[in-house]
Design a binder for this molecule. Sequence first.
Ligand SMILES: Cc1cc2nc3c(=O)[nH]c(=O)nc-3n(C[C@H](O)[C@H](O)[C@H](O)COP(=O)(O)OP(=O)(O)OC[C@H]3O[C@@H](n4cnc5c(N)ncnc54)[C@H](O)[C@@H]3O)c2cc1C
Length: 420
Amino acid sequence: MNASLIDLKTERNRRDPNPDQIIIAGAGIAGLTLALALSAKGFPVQIFEKSATLAEAGAGVQLSPNATRILQRLCVLDQLTPSSVEPQAICLADGSSGEMLLSLDVGHVARTRWGSPYIVCHRADLQNALLEQARSQPNIAIQLQSAVTQYKPDADGIIVRVQYHDRIEEHRGALLVGADGVWSNMRTAMSDMERARYTSTIAWRSTIAADQLPKSFTSLLPQGINVVAWVGSNAHLVAYPIRSGEMFNFIAVAPDRQGGRRWDAGAVPETPSQNFIREFNLWHPGIRDIMLAGRPWTSWPLFEQRKCRYRIKDRLVLIGDAAHAMTPYAAQGAAMAIEDAWALASALGENIAAWPSALDAFDKTRSKRIKAVVRRGAMNQLAYHAKGPIAMARNMIMRKRPAEKFIEGLDWLYGYDGQI
Ligand SMILES: Cc1cc2nc3c(=O)[nH]c(=O)nc-3n(C[C@H](O)[C@H](O)[C@H](O)COP(=O)(O)OP(=O)(O)OC[C@H]3O[C@@H](n4cnc5c(N)ncnc54)[C@H](O)[C@@H]3O)c2cc1C
């Protein structure tokens, strides 16, 4: 849209209830969690969400104790509990033989050692629980079909331009938070930051009703309710029950051998390509059968931000994937979005003059944390996708090393309770 058209259609929205409101772009996991955390501190919040609905594509999400602790404080966890599943263990298995290599008892340990449960749920259930809670707060307003397009500083704060249907509105606020995801407009259009980088890897996701799972696959599952990752050369498959155990969620991560993906392609329902199926040809038959049983598979090209940055300008901050989209090998993207939201709300006090230094401290602390989590993800990727002698060494370490040692190595990640 050219500038004159913008000016012609611009109308200052005079209904903004409070020029000190905090404006959030994006009602995803980061944006909704932030709205709840800010609202609990008494800040008025306005969220603009570009989509018309907030339904999430069918897929599951693992929420570790560092995330559920915050959801509990925001009264969201109890709403999620009826539909979520609390696995007894996280298990790692060899993709070709099916042999179980390692089992970490997160069910019991998460509550006793890290002080909050480890759960898995459908993303739509998480989004709905956050949304319901946000809608019940009088100081949170949510406007759908509204894309934040521009931002400019103003003497008393900021003015944000929002495309609502065919008109442009202007809204005044004290701070703009870009929680607009991996393809963040706030990140690219309003700063000098680079776009997310395509990793040439695709996550294929599918869900299958628990009573429709092939026998060859169920025979591979360890006793009980677990998250299981089968690891192998260049690829891995994760499976866990969701929707109170009625459905199974699958994520298969493999290289994109076809190439040519657009940088902003997003998730696409597809029949898995022969290349994708072929990736698992030498795997255990139970896993090959899952590749054929999943209908449809949705392909999620994996992107990452090489440089994490939260604080863009005095009154413009990024959180969640917009600040640091990461690959899913540590299953921490949503957890980091939730941690960001909690940390940002705890950093902001009533005195607006103190915000710049509070935001600097927020940026510094969170960037350090993200660096460590990204490092863990890269380590997991190396271990999961290893082949040849490295894979043999991996299997041996997992068989021999006491589970307690692996649990200890997760304390910094799952036991985290960061305030700024
Ligand atoms: C295959 C896969 C598996 C994963 N598994 C896990 C897991 O098990 N555990 C985990 O913790 N994480 C996981 N993640 C990561 C997690 O899904 C993301 O990190 C998380 O969804 C990021 O949340 P967000 O709120 O930052 O972004 P999003 O959820 O993408 O939300 C951004 C929102 O902003 C809106 N928006 C965009 N532009 C604008 C605009 N200009 N104006 C207004 N609104 C706008 C969008 O419509 C959207 O609603 C996984 C990711 C993948 C790809």
